[in-house]
Design a protein around this ligand. Structure first.
Ligand code: PEP
Ligand code: MG
Length: 589
């Protein structure tokens, strides 16, 4: 860690730790949503400069859009690239430009304020038009207006994938499609004003071993691009303008953590067997095909959750059946004979397909809305393309298929009926697939948990999605930082529900895993195993700690821990019990 001193005062700010690690570097403020527009009077002698500044921003915006357009044309296709013609047309709209200049001449207010006022008026007018095509132009104007404002404010490069240098990314929030552009070599840490431990940008950060903190409230307003900061992803602290003694202290902490990590990695080649001889299956959660390497590097027993929606998130286009077949086949073949659980599309909720707003209209309650299996059962063509791709890939490894957000037996039956149709179509085509491919379902909605006995009769395995299950059980929006402290995995309702699902699954002879973030939390993993969970699936970098713990504990003790925890009523007391269990084993040598 360089001892780079500066003359500003040190400020320590607290958020919620979301991905472990320590980073020190310069801040990049990523402004994704509405730009905060400054408002001031321009002195009369600077009026000509102000108009020239506006002209320059328009020219720069045009260059950026044509740049993106030619990249899209090269990488995706000419049709998709034409989407940006509409953006260029907005920029050429003389009415928007001349009205802005007229507004500036009559008020003398800075051009950001004038341009914002006029563009907002246009956005509102278009948004109220009946005609759907014209109504959609409102979002083109909004996009372009944001870009012009960013340029006027000197925030030209607003893409996470284009960070030129290593930076600490500070953002209000990061959408899943923006998080898909995060690059480990440039994003040293991710810090957001809102969000929670289970928001998708955080899940991506964790899989990349990038430290992350959420719930900072107003950090984006307190920092300036280029400020220096330490991000402590263990404790959730952001230290702005750290003093030399703080830098020294963190340098030491980082060294200690690194040597601990090296010890854990060393032991990571050993099998995950408890001291009393029980083998535990540790699987990997992945979002992208190129994460195959992480699965093998971290010695996972396969993939417990492949979040396929990431193939759709950073593009405006639905991937074709053959593109998907290639992707799934690559993962299955690389990891065979280990299993790969491919989850069908879970778009919507916090993962809308931003490039395709017409498929995902804005909803008041997106988490309880048109997402995942609900979307798939309505967009059967999109769903069947994916099902055929998964089936075709199943001939090349051990693929298991899993549906997200199943709320009851009826949905499962509908999905399976479509799967049967797809099998018939492949047989007709002469395409080989694994006739015995096992099909399971996620248990992440309380109604599915309560009907686990019925569902268990109709599928091959369960995987508990604790991220969603907890949010629905306790009614805590998983991405709302104001209530993040109430999101308690050790709430008795959560533990009882998980126990019920495990017992019903086992009664019907099927296996049950956990693939939500709770499964990769080393403090809670023994509790889940003690309750009878058969496998844990987590972001690969978490595997070494969980493996170390599994090897340091007895399953009989984990069972006692679970029995005791299930008798308690206070989530904090249960957590403290688990923490004690964890600490005793992690420190014992
Ligand atoms: C979950 O809900 O726990 C889960 C694994 O799915 P996702 O986080 O993708 O919603
Ligand atoms: Mg989920």
């Amino acid at each position: 860690m360089p001892l780079d001193s500066n003359d500003k005062t040190e400020v320590i700010l607290q958020g919620i730790p979301a991905s472990e690690g320590i980073a020190y570097g310069r801040v990049f403020v990523f402004i994704q949503s509405e730009v905060e527009v400054p408002h001031y009077q321009v002195e009369p002698e600077k009026h000509i400069d102000e108009v020239a500044r506006f002209d320059r921003a328009l020219v720069l915006t045009r260059q950026q859009i044509t740049g993106i357009q030619s990249e899209v044309e090269k990488n995706i296709g000419p049709e998709e690239a034409r989407i940006f013609d509409a953006h260029l047309m907005v920029l050429e709209d003389q009415a928007l430009i001349t009205e802005t200049i007229r507004e500036f001449e009559s008020t003398g207010l800075n051009v950001e304020t004038c341009f914002n006022k006029i563009s907002q008026r246009y956005i509102k007018a278009f948004a109220e038009i009946e005609d759907e095509y014209l109504r959609e132009r409102a979002s083109d104007i909004r996009d372009v207006a944001q870009r012009v404002l960013h340029n006027l404010l000197g925030q030209a490069d607003n893409s996470l994938s284009k960070l030129a240098d290593q930076r600490i990314v500070v953002a209000n929030d990061i959408s899943p499609s923006d998080s898909a552009g995060l690059d480990r070599s440039t994003a040293m840490a991710v810090v957001t004003d809102s969000g929670s431990k289970t928001s998708h940008a955080v899940i991506v950060a964790r899989s990349m071993k990038v430290p992350a903190i959420v719930g900072m409230r107003d950090l984006t307003k307190r920092v300036r691009k280029g400020d220096w900061a330490i991000v402590d992803g263990y404790d959730g602290a952001v230290i702005l303008n750290p003093s030399e003694s703080t830098l020294f202290r963190y340098g030491k902490i980082r060294e200690q953590k690194k040597s601990m990590e090296a010890r854990l990695l060393d032991a990571n080649r050993e099998p995950a067997v408890t001291l009393d001889g029980k083998k535990v299956s540790l699987m990997a959660n992945i979002e992208k095909v190129d994460e195959i390497k992480l699965v093998t590097d971290y010695n996972a027993d396969g993939v417990g959750l492949f979040r396929t929606e990431y193939l759709y998130l950073d593009t405006a286009r639905i991937p074709s059946e053959s593109e998907q077949t290639i992707a799934y086949q690559k993962v299955a073949a690389a990891l065979a004979p280990n299993p790969v659980i491919i989850r069908t599309l879970d778009l919507g909720g916090d993962k809308p397909m931003t490039g395709n707003p017409q498929l995902f209209p804005k909803e008041n309650n997106p988490f309880m809305g048109f997402r995942a299996i609900r979307f798939c059962l309505e967009h059967k063509d999109i769903f069947k393309d994916q099902l055929r791709a998964i089936l075709a890939a199943s001939a090349h490894g051990k693929i298991m298929l899993m549906y997200p957000m199943i709320s009851g037996a009826e949905e499962l039956a509908q999905a399976n009926a479509l799967l049967e149709e797809c099998k018939g179509e492949l047989r007709k085509r002469g395409t080989a697939f694994d006739e015995k491919m096992v099909v399971g379902t996620m248990i992440e909605i309380p109604s599915a948990a309560m009907t686990a006995d019925i569902l268990a009769e109709k599928c091959g395995f369960f995987s508990i999605g604790t991220n969603d299950l907890i949010q629905y059980l306790i009614a805590i929006d998983r991405v709302n930082d104001r209530i993040a402290h109430l999101y308690e995995p050790t709430h008795p309702a959560v533990l009882r529900t998980i126990k019920h699902v495990i017992d019903e699954a086992h009664r019907k002879g099927i296996k049950v895993g956990v693939c939500g973030e709770m499964g990769g939390d080393p403090v809670l993993a023994p509790l889940l195993l003690g309750m009878g969970i058969d496998s844990l699936s987590m972001t690969p970098p978490l595997i070494p700690t969980v493996r170390y713990l599994v090897r340091a504990m007895k399953m009989s003790d984990a069972k006692k821990l679970a029995t005791e925890a299930l008798k308690l009523s206070d989530p904090k007391e249960i957590h403290a019990l688990c923490l004690k269990f964890y600490r005793e084993r992690m420190t014992a040598e």
